[in-house]
Design a protein around this ligand. Structure first.
Ligand code: SAH
Ligand code: SF4
Length: 396
């Protein structure tokens, strides 16, 4: 099978005049409310005005998407001047944008240090999902994942994570006119966020948490916690923290029904095995007051896709409010696996459905621009490291 349908691809090179500066004034983007409050205090905003000033500024930045202090017309002129003299409002730079035949948009985003990550916007009927990255590369080495062949360069900052949401809203033209509300113009174009891009979000916990707190804030971008899904390969100690400190929906890259197979597909399993992972997941819905956990399961021909696997999976899910998302394997150059046949995937899904589990088969999106799950990898990352080298670096 081929993952590349013949389809028109457009690519604009977007030039943004100001490059993401590595030095200079502190960036207000990505600060939590508490951090922004401290920043305002430090430039002399009197205590008694702090709350009001913070609310006004927050609304300009996150509700109306304004990045020029001078345009924040309901702020006193001298306060605007103080802000401009002390702070910047800056997003990462969009290097290029590719649009798939199916409407999926992939942004190549440059962050400080010249590193690059990818962000993908997936339009759907009545909604749109933004898939954001949390790290440059990934320290983990899941054997079916393209990102896993790229060594980790660094964690993204909270500003760079929130920045991906803001640059997508810029591109979609989705900020309300200053002075107006968000709501009445019908469904939002960017209505959901999945932390399923490059990187393991729970290995960058604090920055991911702070960024999501900014995105969820009701007086700004205001995406509710049930509109955000964090996907983890199974960093067990951070799962309880995700429930208590973020409270978003959880997806887990499960992918196998025995430790022997999962050790190979998702090597973090050697540290926290299936039993340890399931134990942490049992506690999640109650702790986060959220709905079902999504079990992601990539369908790999002859590796994890038998009827026996499906039945074993049903057994493992017992007692956990769950749905299973079956992901047809997205191929990438040099990938060591093949996608299971459609018949096999359907047979697997049937067993799960008969046991009472919703098990949608994920439709690959944006394959023609290498934007589908697991295909992301920095375009400039030419160096392919050997598995052994990556594993040695990751201490696995
Ligand atoms: N690091 C996190 C989130 C990013 S990956 C995690 O592993 O959960 C998002 C999802 O895509 C994961 O379920 C991942 O296992 C899956 N994935 C990775 N490579 C894939 C591929 N080539 N085809 C299909 N799904 C893939
Ligand atoms: Fe990292 Fe997730 Fe890819 Fe595994 S599947 S290598 S954890 S990005």
């Amino acid at each position: 099978m081929t993952a590349t349908p013949a389809a028109p691809v457009t690519q604009d090179v977007v030039t943004i005049p100001r490059r993401a500066s590595e030095e200079g004034l502190p960036n207000l983007v990505g600060l939590t409310r508490a951090q922004m409050r401290e920043a305002l205090l430090a430039v002399g905003v009197p205590e008694r005005q702090l709350k009001m000033r913070l609310n006004q500024l927050w609304q300009w930045i996150y509700h109306w998407g304004v990045r020029d202090f001078a345009a924040m017309t309901n702020l006193a002129k001298d306060f605007r001047a103080t802000l401009a003299a002390n702070f910047r409002l800056e997003l990462p730079e969009v290097v290029s944008r590719q649009v798939s035949a199916d409407g999926t948009r992939k942004y190549l985003v440059r962050i400080a240090g010249g590193h690059e990550v990818e962000t993908v916007y997936i339009p759907e009927e009545g909604r749109g999902t933004l898939c954001i990255s949390s790290q440059v590369g990934c320290t983990l080495t899941c054997s079916f994942c393209h990102t896993g062949t790229q060594r980790l360069v660094r964690n993204l900052t909270a500003a760079e994570i929130v920045g991906q949401v803001m640059l997508a809203r810029d591109d979609l033209g989705e900020w309300p006119e200053p002075g107006t509300g968000t709501g009445d113009a019908g469904p939002r174009l960017l209505s959901n966020i999945v932390l399923m891009g490059m990187g393991e979000p729970l290995y960058n916990f604090e920055n991911v948490r702070d960024a999501m707190l900014v995105v969820m804030d009701g007086e700004g971008i205001a995406l509710g916690r049930r509109r955000i899904t964090l996907s983890t390969s199974g960093v067990v100690p951070e799962i309880a923290r995700t429930a208590s400190e973020i409270g978003c929906l959880l997806a887990v890259s499960f992918h196998a029904t025995t430790d022997a197979v999962r050790d190979v597909l998702v090597p973090i399993n050697k540290r926290w095995n299936i039993e340890a992972l399931l134990e942490s997941l049992r506690a999640y819905p109650k702790a986060s007051n959220s709905e079902r956990i999504t079990f992601e399961y990539v369908m790999l021909d002859g590796v994890n896709d038998t009827d026996e696997d499906a039945r074993r999976l049903v057994g493992l899910l017992d007692g956990i409010p769950a749905k299973v998302n079956l992901i047809p394997f997205n191929e990438w150059p040099g990938a060591p696996y093949r996608r299971s046949s459609n018949n096999r995937i359907r047979a697997f899904a049937t067993i799960l459905m008969q046991a009472g589990y919703a098990s949608p088969i994920r439709t690959p999106r944006g394959e023609d621009i290498m934007a589908a799950c697991g295909q992301l990898k920095s375009a400039t990352e030419r160096e392919r490291k050997s598995r052994r080298q990556i594993e040695a670096e990751a201490g696995l």
